[in-house]
Design a protein around this ligand. Structure first.
Ligand SMILES: Cc1cc2nc3c(=O)[nH]c(=O)nc-3n(C[C@H](O)[C@H](O)[C@H](O)COP(=O)(O)OP(=O)(O)OC[C@H]3O[C@@H](n4cnc5c(N)ncnc54)[C@H](O)[C@@H]3O)c2cc1C
Length: 316
């Protein structure tokens, strides 16, 4: 869980950051509006850089002020506390997006929507990401999570990743030096990704587009896309599926407040009716306890739990 260090003030630092012409800076912006769950309190300081150079500059100020930092991409794999984030939220989304193809490689900015990139590769007859059609969020978030589906992961296509360390120093690494694992990329855990180079195989648009269409309809049939969610809440335990265990434990349809274990896919917790972060958090706890008791399996969350859940969210 990412949580803030206590006692850091934004007084003064907001004005310093706002003076940077290559960034939009504001205070107390509601993070819920930037997440697929539609959940989350205010971000004390909201920083949306428009260039990669600005990211480095802003990070130096944030680091010097010792403000807790949270990097937000598309907000599709996060559960943000109802209390929000008592520090700086650095947005890397459409404010920092775009790509440039050269032969079978692309240089892409981290805030680009993965779905847009997938379609652009397919349109060019480039294979490697087509099975990831339908995964929401940004390229930066996908790299950090090593997002994947139906046998493909973004890590496999990654040639290089660049960005900044949290202190604002530049960061660059090759894909081969990242130990990409199942929904993990340890070398990317504490950096801010601003761009990447990905490599593809030459193929033909028609079969790739057919694969995309097939995957999108499979997703629509199996996943509760009609409700706000973060996708699969839990990682797959070895040799099994979280959804299967949750369903077998009789938890499908279980509700806490406005949060519900999806009746369509038990691996999802959906926000059916103005769920709070606490509702989802408590439901996660309930699921983990019941699955552990019934099957002896400790489910690990895939969703990143961000901010303070300690004082107002104790499990009842
Ligand atoms: C309906 C639905 C279906 C989904 N299906 C899948 C699926 O099939 N496969 C799959 O893998 N995932 C799936 N997901 C989860 C999610 O879409 C992916 O994990 C996605 O890659 C997260 O990207 P994001 O930009 O939204 O990241 P965010 O949710 O914004 O952030 C996720 C993590 O990445 C970090 N991060 C984000 N951007 C950066 C950056 N630029 N630099 C450094 N760190 C960064 C954040 O700090 C956070 O720790 C699904 C989600 C939904 C809602």
């Amino acid at each position: 869980m990412d949580s803030e260090a206590p006692g850091n003030s934004i007084k003064g630092i907001d004005a310093v950051l706002a003076a940077d012409v290559e960034a939009d800076v504001s205070t107390d912006r509601v993070i819920a509006d930037y997440t697929s769950y539609g959940i989350g309190g205010p971000g004390k300081l909201w920083v949306a850089p428009k260039t990669e150079a600005a990211v480095g500059r802003l990070l130096k100020h944030i680091h010097t002020a010792r403000l807790p930092l949270f990097v937000l991409g598309g907000g599709t794999n996060v559960l943000i506390s109802d209390r929000g984030w008592n520090g700086a939220v650095l947005l890397i989304a459409d404010n920092l997006s775009g790509w440039h193809f050269k032969d079978s490689q692309v240089a892409v900015q981290a805030g680009t929507l993965l779905m847009d990139l997938v379609q652009a590769t397919v349109d060019r007859g480039l294979a490697g990401l087509e099975s990831m059609a339908g995964i929401p969020g940004t390229v930066g978030g996908a790299l950090r999570m090593n997002a994947g589906a139906f046998g493909q992961e973004i890590g496999t296509a990654t040639v290089a990743v660049s960005g900044f360390h949290r202190n604002g120093d530049p960061f660059i690494t090759t894909g081969a030096d990242i130990d990409f694992g199942y929904r993990s990329a340890p070398e990317l855990e504490n950096v801010v990704i601003t761009s990447a180079t990905l490599r593809f195989r030459q193929d033909r648009t028609k079969p790739l587009q057919r694969r995309v269409d097939e995957i999108l309809s499979r997703r629509a049939a199996r996943q509760p896309l009609e409700y706000p969610s973060c996708g699969s809440v839990f990682k797959r335990p070895p040799g099994d599926y979280a959804g299967r265990l949750i369903e077998a434990a009789g938890l499908k349809g279980t509700r806490i407040g406005g949060a519900e274990v999806s009746t369509k896919h038990a691996g999802y917790i959906v926000n059916t009716d103005r769920a709070t972060a606490c509702d989802v958090y408590r439901l996660i706890d309930r699921i983990r306890a019941v699955v552990s008791e019934r099957f002896g399996v400790q489910l690990e969350t895939e969703v990143k739990i961000i901010g303070d859940f300690s004082s107002d969210c104790t499990v009842g």
